[in-house]
Design a binder for this molecule. Structure first.
Ligand code: HPA
Ligand code: ZN
Length: 341
């Protein structure tokens, strides 16, 4: 990775913690917890990562998540990610987790949130990283289960930044989850929704107008609808784009075909994120780097993308400004001043 990309202060806003489970940790946890896996080596695991669409990935991703059982497991998973992200210049991470993947197997939600939160605290202390936690509902399961999940999570309300919606998109429109998102907003939780990865522009409209989405995760197919693009530009609704994910799940055929440059030219707030980096061939730094190479982005354009990511965080304005100032110092080539900015 170039020194410029590595050092560029950035926020990661589209990252599923379960998607950071590296093959070696998966195998170690399988052993530690006595969970049988159909793989016996890292190369066997990696050989299974040939995906043709979102569902073909989700099948492998949910299977691997069965190895996560204890608070320590969730801590280890999360802290490993945070160390990698910090090394890639991530100053702020707003992290998704999928509680239903674990509670369905009998793992208490407190174990999941507790282990992840312990790691976020450790990263603040040891790495100086700022972070937040976003609870995602699985859209392939009924809305009533999402509501029950929200209710059980409210004992941990103080540890949550927001709610999201992920899993199999087509056939599961955002509008089905109107009630649970209304309840979450009443609790003051922020809202980010996966839409337009494989689903139609209509799902992006529903995410905005029915669920109150403040960010759209992916959003690629929004480009098919000019009125929608206009709405996203006028309101500066961030799109958290994931280039290597799009390549691996065949949303785009080649990285050179990725619409990110078009999105920038339209005036959309787009950021670069890693989604499920253990499965998609690279963490956030690799996503910046490979997208730069494929689309011939300049350092100024990369800095603009990092700026978008800072603006799109769910931080209070003053804290956002601290990050934006840090980015300005970096891009203007000045030496960091004594207070760390
Ligand atoms: N899309 C939908 N659901 C997901 C994803 C994704 O990219 N990653 C993990 N769950
Ligand atoms: Zn995602």
């Amino acid at each position: 990775m170039t020194e410029f990309v590595k050092g560029l202060p950035k926020a990661e806003l589209h990252l599923h913690i379960e998607g950071t489970l590296e093959p070696d940790l998966m195998l170690a946890l399988g052993k530690r917890n006595g969970v049988p896996l159909s793989y016996s080596s890292v190369s066997e695991v990696e050989a299974a990562y040939e995906f043709t669409n979102l569902q073909s990935f989700l099948d492998v991703y949910y299977e691997a998540a069965r190895t996560l059982l204890t608070r320590q497991d969730f801590f280890d998973l999360t802290f490993e990610y945070l160390e990698r992200a910090s090394a890639d210049g991530v100053a702020r991470a707003e992290i998704f987790f999928d509680p239903q993947t674990h509670t369905e197997r009998g793992v208490p939600i407190g174990t999941v949130i507790g282990g992840i939160s312990d790691a976020l605290d450790a990263a603040t202390e040891r790495l100086g990283m700022s972070s937040g936690l976003i609870l995602c509902f699985l859209r392939h399961l009924p809305a009533a289960q999402a509501m029950a999940t929200l209710e059980s999570a409210l004992s941990y309300r103080h540890l949550l930044l927001g709610v999201g919606l992920d899993s199999s998109e087509v056939g599961h429109p955002p509008g089905d989850f109107a009630d649970v998102f209304a309840a979450a907003r009443d609790e003051g939780l922020r809202v980010a929704v996966h839409a337009g990865e494989e689903g139609p522009p209509q799902y992006v409209w529903e995410a905005l107008d029915i669920l109150g989405a403040e960010r759209i995760d992916h959003g690629n197919r929004a480009l098919e609808d000019a009125a929608l693009v206009n709405r996203l530009v006028v309101d500066q609704v961030p799109l958290t784009v994931c280039p290597l994910s799009n390549l691996k799940l065949q949303v785009v055929r080649r990285l050179e075909d990725h619409p990110l440059r078009d999105m920038l030219q339209l005036g959309l707030n787009v950021s670069i994120n890693s989604d499920d980096p253990s499965y998609f061939g690279g963490y956030i730094g690799a996503n910046y780097e490979r997208t730069q190479a494929a689309l011939e982005l300049s350092d100024e354009e990369l800095a603009g993308i990092a700026r978008n990511s800072m603006k799109a965080t769910f931080l209070p304005e003053e804290e956002k400004q601290v990050l934006l100032d840090r980015l300005d110092v970096y891009t203007s080539g000045r030496r960091p001043v004594a207070n760390g900015l």
